[in-house]
Design a protein around this ligand. Structure first.
Ligand code: SAM
Length: 168
């Protein structure tokens, strides 16, 4: 008879869409965005922790959070910047909506999968609206699932990446 093996009790799978970002990381990320103190800046997926919102160095700011009855997809004011860690499964919907309202740019934390959802077709849609990717910072978050990307899109600025349209 073989020895009985003890397995560690499995932790419940956490909801990745509700993962909160550490304040130390948020402080670094917010510094990477070229917003000014007079800009109107919106944290469009603030969580209950409001960690991005609390770290915007401007009083001209607002937040959306579905759990607080403020749905980003019902938000339709013009803003200068959107900055947040959005729910990854809605990443393209967030980028698409942000790009119809932002006058200067938007900067989002993306997972590897949500980065891959930026297809040539979608990047072309954003380019036609005037938005280009101007920086990507890659970082590790041990308590999530590995690698993440802080992607800044700016209006009427030079792109750091390019792509080929069509299917090859
Ligand atoms: C990954 S969490 C990030 C929370 C916080 N920004 C942070 O970085 O710690 C994404 C948040 O987006 C919220 N959310 C999901 N859909 C939303 C929507 N349509 N409008 C606003 N917030 C939404 C979720 O409830 C969740 O709190």
């Amino acid at each position: 008879m073989g020895k009985s093996r003890k397995f560690k009790e499995q932790k419940p799978v956490e909801d990745i869409e509700k993962h909160y970002t550490s304040e130390a990381l948020v402080k670094k990320l917010v510094e990477l965005v070229p917003y000014s103190k007079t800009d109107f800046v919106v944290d469009c997926a603030s969580g209950r922790n409001m960690v991005f919102f609390n770290n915007f160095k401007t009083d001209n700011k607002e937040f959306c959070e579905i759990d607080l009855q403020k749905d980003f997809f019902e938000f339709n004011k013009p803003v200068d910047w959107f900055i947040t860690n959005p729910p990854f499964h809605l990443c393209w919907k967030f980028i698409d909506h942000a790009s119809t309202l932002a006058s200067k740019g938007f900067a989002f934390v993306l997972s590897s999968n949500s980065l891959l959802s930026l297809t040539p077709r979608r990047l072309t849609i954003l380019r036609n609206r005037g938005f280009e990717i101007t920086s990507i910072h890659i970082f590790n978050v041990k308590k999530w699932f590995g690698r993440y990307y802080f992607v800044v899109f700016e209006k009427n600025k030079k792109s750091i990446i390019n792509w080929l349209e069509g299917v090859w």
